[in-house]
Design a protein around this ligand. Structure first.
Ligand code: UTP
Length: 415
């Protein structure tokens, strides 16, 4: 018997994943069979086993000590303070020390757009896609500071090709091609509720992106950290693809990080109301962190300080700045994986395609903000929602193209 097949059989037996052999035996095309075996070899079944076991555990957050975190309110800085931070940050930007990373590896399931989220037409008169809007922001910054700002776009296995083609087709929306680098985030197998690795409709192992926390590993693995070093980058802004008012090149944020001598900083906006379903910055066991809306008690969510402001009111908006040193450190660490229960099409034991109507499979995701706890320090800058946060998440209602378009138009005073 083929050595490779024998080895795989042993591994699958050891981890109780023999159902994958049924799929192998059903395949008739020799190339497809070999590809399938090769894809099995890329899987860390021990990790899959651990992840499955963790899916049965209760979350551990109940025992952590949560406290409010200090922040700087951008709108309350005095003129002198503002100018000082601006000068410090501007100097760093002009010296070419800042790079921007856009995380565009998500599935965008809530929006329901068929392509990568960045290719979505926001519905402006110009019919600009989200990617073009983001490029405009970087072109403006390039003009303002007279420096090429390297832009790294993180895609996933599923959307990488479409994303790169979209930029190529549109001639990179006028941004210098040499300043744009695409890199792919990692992936992990999806498993059934009884811990079995699934097979997708293309007769491959069913895999999904490993969450935005996968960014640090991917930046190291794909040579992004190395490339940044070679370009003399010291600071990296990391943001999501879906905020059309993002301000990635912000001398105040950068100036604040440098002045406070922190290794990372994040922007917050005031929580709209205590019940808003957003994560907020906090200190967890004395370390910088984000507490999710699912973790916070209703009492804590309502608590106010002596000024009547929410104690836990600084929403995390996925707009963070890291020193390259902090990224290097975190990229070598294991972030925890969180479990999401999702709908996943798969091929069953009899070789039939199953299209579920409700969630049927576990997906594992690392969260970027889990990295904060390993950083020695962190600064939070409160910014204004109407100036910096217009997310495109849902097809309708809150945080939809309609609300983001309005915020974008109001900010740019466009009709
Ligand atoms: P979200 O958590 O809002 O997920 O991602 P999403 O994929 O865009 O949308 P839903 O939840 O499926 O509807 C926030 C940001 O993180 C990126 C997304 O592209 C978005 O910019 N992200 C998310 C990744 O890059 N990779 C991931 O694995 C997950």
């Amino acid at each position: 018997m083929d050595e490779k097949l024998k080895q795989i059989e042993q591994t699958l037996e050891k981890y109780g994943q023999e159902q994958l052999l049924d799929e192998y035996n059903r395949l008739t095309d020799e190339k497809q069979k070999q590809d399938f075996l090769d894809s099995i070899l890329t899987i860390d079944f021990n990790q899959v086993k651990t992840l499955y076991e963790k899916s049965k555990e209760e979350p551990a957050f109940a025992n952590s000590k949560i406290e409010p975190i200090d922040y700087v309110d951008k709108s309350k800085l005095s003129n002198e303070e503002y100018e000082e931070l601006k000068e410090i940050g501007t100097k760093e930007i002009k010296e070419g020390k800042l790079a921007v990373v856009t995380m565009a590896g998500g599935q965008g399931t809530r929006l329901g757009h068929s392509g990568p989220k960045g290719t979505f037409d926001l519905g402006l008169d110009t019919h600009k896609s989200i990617f073009e809007i983001l490029t405009d922001i970087l072109i403006k910054a390039r003009e303002d500071y007279g420096v090429d700002i390297p832009w790294y776009i993180m895609t996933s296995e599923e959307n990488n090709q479409q994303t790169e083609q979209f930029f190529k087709k549109h001639n990179y929306f006028g941004y210098p091609k040499g300043c744009i680098t695409f890199f792919k985030q990692g992936k992990l197998p999806m498993i059934s509720t009884d811990g079995k690795v699934l097979v997708d409709e293309n007769h491959k192992i069913k895999e999904a992106a490993d969450g935005h926390g996968g960014i640090f590993h991917s930046m190291l693995k794909d040579g992004v950290v190395y490339d940044m070093k070679a370009r003399g980058i010291e600071w990296v802004f990391i943001g999501g693809v879906d905020n059309v008012l993002v301000k990635p090149v912000d001398p105040i944020l950068l100036g604040m990080a440098v002045k406070k001598q922190v290794v990372a900083a994040g922007k917050s906006i005031v929580k709209a109301n205590p019940q808003e379903r957003v994560g907020v910055f906090c200190k967890r066991n004395g370390r910088p962190s984000v507490i999710e809306y699912t973790e916070i008690t209703p009492e804590m969510a309502e608590e106010t300080d002596e000024n009547g402001e929410l104690k836990y009111g600084e929403s995390h908006i996925l707009c963070n700045l890291f020193s390259l040193k902090a990224i290097e450190k975190v990229s070598q660490m294991e972030l925890p994986y969180h479990i999401a229960f999702k709908k996943a099409k798969y091929i069953d034991q009899d070789g039939n395609l199953v299209v579920p109507e409700k969630p049927n499979a576990y997906k594992f995701e690392a969260f970027l903000f889990d990295a904060f706890e390993s950083l020695e320090n962190f600064a939070v800058l409160r910014v204004k929602r109407e100036e910096e946060f217009a997310p495109v998440k849902n097809a309708e209602g809150v945080d939809s193209p309609e609300t983001a378009r309005k915020l974008y138009q109001d900010f740019h005073k466009q009709k």
